[in-house]
Design a protein around this ligand. Structure first.
Ligand SMILES: Nc1nc2c(c(=O)[nH]1)N[C@H]1C(S)=C(S)[C@@H](COP(=O)(O)O)O[C@H]1N2
Ligand SMILES: [Mo]
Length: 403
C-alpha cells in the first residue's frame, strides 16, 4: 500500500455509510459491534430479500430460492466483508502492484494496462465462503452464522493471473501468492489488513485463475470488490481477494492476515465435536468439497397429490465436474437420479432438475445429493465438526406438504 493510499484511507474511514438515505455524520464514533437502529435491511445495490447477518462489516447471504438463475445476478450475490470497503475508488488511477521475494521485478499495472496488454477471458466460476453452512455445527462455531447462501456463480471477465505473473517474471523458488486489497481494517488502523490470503503457486497458474474487472458483463459491485478482484474456483472464496491492489509472489506459504492461526483452517486429522485443537494441528483449506443446493421450489411449498413437483438447483465441485445428482423424498432411504446440465467450464455450477411424484398426502422433505468426477459425494448429515465451522457440505433439504 502506498503512503498516499494509506493517507486517503485513514481520512476516509467509513464516512460513506448511509442510513435512511443520509450520510452517517459521526460514523467513526459508533462503538464497534453496535448497530445503527435506523438501518433498514436494504443495502444499496443488493436485492431487498438478501439476509443481512452483519452490517459492520457487511455480511449478507442469499436465500436459496433467489439463487435459481444459472448465473447469479449481481444484486443477489452474497457479500462477505472482513473490513470496510474503500470509500473512494477511482478506476482511472487504480494500480495493481506485483512484487514479492519470488517476483523477478516489481511491476505496476493500471486497469487500462490489464485490459490492453493481455488476452481477455471469461469464465463462469462458483465462489463459496469456507464458512457457508456454519450455523448447523454443534457445538456452535464463532463467526457469521451462514445458512446455505454464502455461494453464487457469476460470469467473470478479466485476464489470467498467470499471464500477468509471467509478464512480471516468477522465480523458480515461488511457493505461494498473497493478495492485498484496498479495504480498511475495522479499527480504522491503516497499518492493519482486514484480510490478506492467497493460494499455492500451482493454483495461481491454472487457466481459470483470474484477475477480474467484470461480473456478468457489468462492473463488479463495490461490495464484491470493484474495480478489480481475484477469482479462484474450487477454493474457499476467502482466497479471491477483492479491491485488489497488490499481489506478492512468495517463496514460502503466504503469512498475511487470516492465513495463520486457525483462520480458514481445519484440523489436519478429524477431531471430536467441541475439541480444542492447537494451531499447529490446523491445516489450510485448499479444495472445497462437492455440494448442491435446491433453488426451486422454496422450502415450505404445498402441492396437490395429483401434481408432479418440479425441482431445480445447482451442484458444484473443485473436481473436474459433477457426475450425478440424486434426490430423496424418504429421508435418504432411496435415491432417484436428476437430470444434470454439462458445465460451461471447470468451476461453473451445473444445473439439475427432476419431477417428483409423491405416493400419498403428508409432509415430506426433498433432499439433494451430488457426486463429482472424483467419486466424492455429499454426506446426508453434518460432516466432520471443526472449531471454526468450515466445509459443511451436508445435503440440502426442503420441506414439502402434499395436500
Ligand atoms: N479484500 C478483501 N477480499 C476478500 C474479503 C475481504 O474481506 N476483503 N473477503 C473474502 C471472503 S472471506 C470471501 S467469502 C469472499 C466473498 O466474496 P463476495 O463478497 O464477492 O461474495 O471474498 C474474499 N475476499
Ligand atoms: Mo469467506
Amino acid at each position: 500500500m502506498s503512503k498516499r493510499r494509506k493517507f486517503l484511507k485513514q481520512s476516509a474511514l467509513y464516512t460513506t455509510a448511509t442510513i435512511m438515505g443520509a450520510r452517517v455524520v459521526f460514523a467513526e464514533n459508533l462503538p464497534k459491534g453496535m448497530k445503527y437502529i435506523g438501518l433498514s435491511e436494504d443495502i444499496p445495490g443488493k436485492h431487498p430479500d438478501m439476509i443481512v447477518l452483519n452490517d459492520r462489516p457487511i455480511n449478507m447471504e442469499t436465500p436459496a430460492h433467489l439463487l435459481n438463475d444459472a448465473l447469479t445476478p449481481n444484486d443477489r450475490f452474497f457479500v462477505r466483508n472482513n473490513g470496510l470497503p474503500p470509500s473512494k475508488v477511482d478506476p482511472a488511477t487504480w494500480q495493481l502492484e506485483i512484487s514479492g521475494e519470488s517476483a523477478k521485478q516489481t511491476k505496476n499495472y493500471s486497469l487500462e494496462d490489464l485490459k490492453t496488454k493481455f488476452e481477455q477471458v471469461s469464465y463462469q466460476i462458483t465462489l463459496e465462503c469456507g464458512g457457508n453452512g456454519r450455523k448447523e455445527y454443534n457445538p456452535p462455531a464463532k463467526g457469521n452464522q451462514w445458512g446455505t447462501g454464502a455461494v453464487g456463480c457469476a460470469k467473470w471477465t478479466g485476464v489470467r493471473l498467470r499471464d500477468v505473473l509471467q509478464d512480471v517474471g516468477v522465480k523458480s523458488n515461488a511457493v505461494y501468492i498473497g493478495y492485498y486489497g484496498a479495504d480498511i481494517h475495522l479499527s480504522g488502523d491503516p497499518n492493519k489488513d482486514p484480510i490478506s490470503r492467497g493460494v499455492p503457486i500451482s493454483k495461481a497458474m491454472e487457466a481459470e485463475s483470474m484477475i477480474a474487472w467484470a461480473m456478468n458483463d457489468e462492473d463488479i459491485p463495490l461490495l464484491n470488490g470493484y474495480p478489480l478482484r481475484l477469482v479462484f474456483g474450487g477454493y474457499p472464496a476467502s482466497c479471491s481477494g477483492k479491491w485488489l491492489e497488490k499481489i506478492v509472489i512468495r517463496d514460502k506459504v503466504h503469512d498475511g492476515q487470516k492465513m495463520t492461526g486457525s483462520s480458514y483452517r481445519v484440523p489436519c486429522h478429524p477431531v471430536a465435536p467441541g475439541a480444542k485443537v492447537p494451531d499447529e494441528n490446523m491445516c489450510i483449506i485448499e479444495e472445497m468439497p462437492v455440494k448442491s443446493l435446491i433453488t426451486y421450489p422454496m422450502t415450505g411449498a404445498t402441492i396437490k397429490l395429483s401434481q408432479r413437483l418440479p425441482i431445480q438447483g445447482h451442484a458444484w465441485t473443485s473436481a473436474d465436474q459433477i457426475k450425478r445428482v440424486e434426490y430423496s423424498i424418504d429421508f435418504g432411504s432411496s435415491w432417484k437420479a436428476c437430470q444434470i446440465s454439462s458445465a460451461t467450464n471447470r468451476f461453473a455450477w451445473q444445473q439439475f432438475k427432476a419431477e417428483i411424484i409423491f405416493p400419498e398426502r403428508g409432509y415430506y422433505e426433498v433432499w439433494a445429493r451430488a457426486t463429482d468426477s472424483d467419486g466424492r459425494t455429499q454426506p446426508m448429515i453434518l460432516p466432520g465438526w471443526n472449531p471454526k465451522g468450515y466445509l459443511n457440505n451436508a445435503c440440502h433439504r426442503i420441506a414439502i406438504k402434499v395436500s
